[in-house]
Design a protein around this ligand. Sequence first.
Ligand code: IPM
Ligand code: MG
Length: 316
Amino acid sequence: MLEALAPEVALDERLIGAAAIRATGSPLPQETVDACLSAVAVLKGPVGDPEFEAADIRPEQGLLALRAALDTYANLRPAVQGDVDVLIVRELVGGLYFGAHGVRDDGTVFDTCEYHPRQVERIARRAFRLAQSRRGLLTSVDKANVLETSRMWRRVVDGLAPEFPDVRVEHMLVDNAAMQLATTPQQFDVIVTENMFGDILSDLAAAVTGGLGMAPSASLSDGGPGLFEPVHGSAPDIAGRGVANPAAILRSTVLLFEHGLARPDEAHALNRAIEAAIVSAPTVDLGGSASTAEFGAAVREQLAVDEAASSTYRSS
Ligand code: IPM
Ligand code: MG
């Protein structure tokens, strides 16, 4: 779809995850990192392969290392359907995923949740700005009744609030947030939260707005290339059957046009075409019977129809 909408954008493919481990022994070869760092934007397919589930070197390590290398700390996960329009802003390069972890001599295993206030400040600032550009409500999700990191998180968010008088801030405990998302997702505008909480809540938000097959994400840094990827994993249970819903990666491409290439027209065109395909060629997860390829063909057809209509309009 990138080629169809922007043929002049040069595409370069590199390996990550299981394919990279098989080819090079590493889930994130240095040449992939170098290529991503010199790109304008990175579009990434899902990683994960049951073959490596219990291995020391796992596909997911490649993804985490790439997020860290690009410093894409702001992970935007929109969940939109009907009257629900939530934007989860997940901190992506800190917290429980990136704190100290290991095994002690006595066999105890640990993963620690660590944040520096500066890390919280930059993600919170992003989220405030996003709330400003939307409906002006920011829900900061934490576990401040238990965790030290969460109490600091709250202090930092509250400290920034006076800079954004047009944004209403509320704090919500993560367990309650999960329940609220499941029962009344309409109440949310922007949710900002820690890495692991955001991982869990974004699957839940996707589930209440059409499922994981529909959920895209954009991971942004300050100035470097953004990383665009579906929220879902590699779904090995349906691999190779041609039934996967490609909407999530196509919607991630919409976000790439919008945030990575600053091309809102192409973003709109692709988004409209995806919406049309959801209606005309729904995949199995959407209650239809279209294959992945048929869904893709429907998107291309709609793009061609729109393009023809707009060139008629231009020439008349
Ligand atoms: C996601 C995925 C990843 C994550 C996995 C594959 C490491 O679940 O992007 O939500 O936990 O961040
Ligand atoms: Mg996840």
